[in-house]
Design a protein around this ligand. Structure first.
Ligand code: SAH
Ligand code: SF4
Ligand code: F3S
Length: 458
């Protein structure tokens, strides 16, 4: 079977891969490398040494694509230096732009074509570029053990489903990733077991809408709540996280399952997109402001300590100042721990691009986005202040980025905690120094809007 470790072997042809976009793309890159390693390729982290340069791309907003166009030019410069190198564009932009990319690169592979990626790479000739952008109804790569590219060996992603069956009017994902399909739950559990056996302490179950996960076979029906239960049973020492939850589909059953299992982290990423019911209707999100607030109330009733984060879009078609104020008031009311905040970017081919003009002026979008960011920064600080004095169990990830003498890791609610390694104090108590993958109890002493500053409880 596949090794979980990346292979760096100078004697084999070397693949360099850059990944853009969401966590799902990170996991897809791991699948791609697994397929390539099985076929005799090795990995390199140095583009200049690569025989194959792959770019796993994202189309979610225009600025994501612009950045990738810039990278493609860099790769082409490299090809001028070394004409034998193969340049491939894979992922969502490959799917969206298809043969339009062939003028620039040697290989174009959509998200459902990765099983054939080694053959495609091998078949590239100067006069014969390779393209496969067929979307599949059933591909889930369930039998492929991804090569793990994360650096710390503590936390890994597992894709539990692919594609999306929603039709949010602004969104390109259904076009780039195709229809939703769920992966066999037993292969998911096996992957989690394998990771735990290799020292991992956290798995992150990924899907565009995990709440609509459904596996049907002659013997069983497994929904997302059941899947959570199955994965959480791998070991009490293995933390389970998941994203993304959809407000229209997140069920009480899921919330109760979370509450019943200590190792399912109490954090929900619940994108709201807008606080205005008029906008939500136009966005085709299939819920309104009241529904969203009810779901939040339910989450907090069942799990008062549950972390909550969101995504929001500023300046969607026709958004009025009042709609924008509705978003701000929802943010004040809910007090999210954190948020990903975006300006609306019209995507060609989407329903919105055909039906709803992109009519909010750019400077208004920017001003609204800045207002949301400014408010959210205050709310994040407020949310963190509420945790002062509390104790959390943190999974140690490694040295803190800002101060190498401190350690960092996440609390169950997904907040980043930073704390001194306290090696001398630990030694005095006969305790080993902490390592990545250890659990430790910390107490929150101070905070910024982004981090909880803690001490170890020894
Ligand atoms: N499946 C997830 C999100 C996928 S995309 C969900 O349904 O919430 C991640 C985020 O990108 C979205 O939540 C949305 O906030 C943002 N996004 C998607 N399309 C966008 C667009 N056209 N312009 C700006 N932001 C967009
Ligand atoms: Fe896009 Fe909506 Fe699907 Fe999320 S649920 S990926 S926003 S269409
Ligand atoms: Fe981007 Fe595709 Fe993910 S568009 S956000 S890489 S599903």
């Amino acid at each position: 079977m596949n090794s979980l470790k990346p292979i760096f072997d100078e004697k084999k042809p070397r693949v360099y891969i850059e990944t853009y976009g969401c966590q799902m793309n990170v996991n897809d890159s791991e699948v791609i490398l697994s397929v390539l390693q099985e076929n005799g390729y090795s990995l390199t982290e140095d583009m200049n040494k690569a025989d194959v340069i792959l770019c796993n791309t994202c189309s979610i907003r225009d600025n994501a694509e612009q950045r990738i166009w810039g990278r493609i030019e860099q790769f082409r410069l490299q090809k001028r230096r070394n004409p034998a190198v193969v340049i491939g564009i894979v992922g969502c932009m490959a799917e969206r732009l298809k043969d339009k990319l062939l003028e620039k690169v040697d290989l174009v592979a959509g998200p459902d074509s990765y099983r054939s990626i080694a053959r495609m790479v091998a078949d590239v000739r100067p006069d014969s570029p390779q393209i496969n952008v067929l979307l599949s109804r059933d591909e889930t790569y369930s039998d492929i053990s991804p090569v793990r590219l994360d650096k710390n060996g503590v936390s890994a992603y597992i894709s539990i489903m692919r594609g999306c069956n929603n039709a949010c009017s602004y969104c390109v994902v259904p076009y780039t990733r195709g229809a939703e399909r769920s992966r066999d739950p037993h292969s998911i559990v096996r992957e989690a077991e394998e990771l735990f056996g290799n020292g991992y302490k956290e798995v992150n179950l990924l899907g565009q809408n995990v709440d609509s996960y459904l596996w049907k076979s002659a013997e069983e029906n497994v929904n997302f709540a059941k899947l959570l239960e199955m994965v959480s049973a791998v070991s009490p020492e293995l933390r389970v996280r998941f994203s993304t939850s959809h407000p229209k589909d997140i069920s009480d059953e899921v919330l109760l399952t979370m509450a019943a299992h200590e190792n399912i982290c109490r954090h929900i990423h619940l994108p709201v997109q807008s606080g205005s019911s008029t906008m939500l209707e136009k966005m085709r999100r299939k819920y309104d402001r009241e529904w969203y607030l009810e779901r939040v109330a339910k989450i907090r009733e069942i799990m008062p300590d549950c972390g909550l984060s969101t995504d929001v879009i500023a300046g969607f078609s026709g958004e009025t100042e009042q709609d924008h104020q509705d978003t701000l008031s929802l943010f004040r009311e809910v007090c999210f721990d954190s948020a990903f905040m975006f300006q609306y970017s019209e995507r060609p081919g989407t329903l919105a691009s055909k039906k709803y003009p992109d009519d909010v002026p750019p400077q208004v979008k920017t001003a609204r986005l800045n207002e949301i960011i400014e408010l959210q920064t205050r709310m994040s600080l407020e949310s963190n202040r509420r945790d002062l004095g509390k104790r959390f169990i943190v999974l140690v990830e490694g040295a803190s980025k800002r101060n190498g003498e401190d350690l960092c890791g996440r609390a169950g609610n997904n907040k980043m905690c930073v704390f001194p390694a306290a090696e001398a104090e630990r030694k005095a108590l006969g305790l080993q120094p902490l390592q990545a993958g250890d659990y430790v109890t910390v107490e929150v002493k101070d905070c910024t809007s982004a981090t909880l500053l803690c001490t170890q409880v020894l």
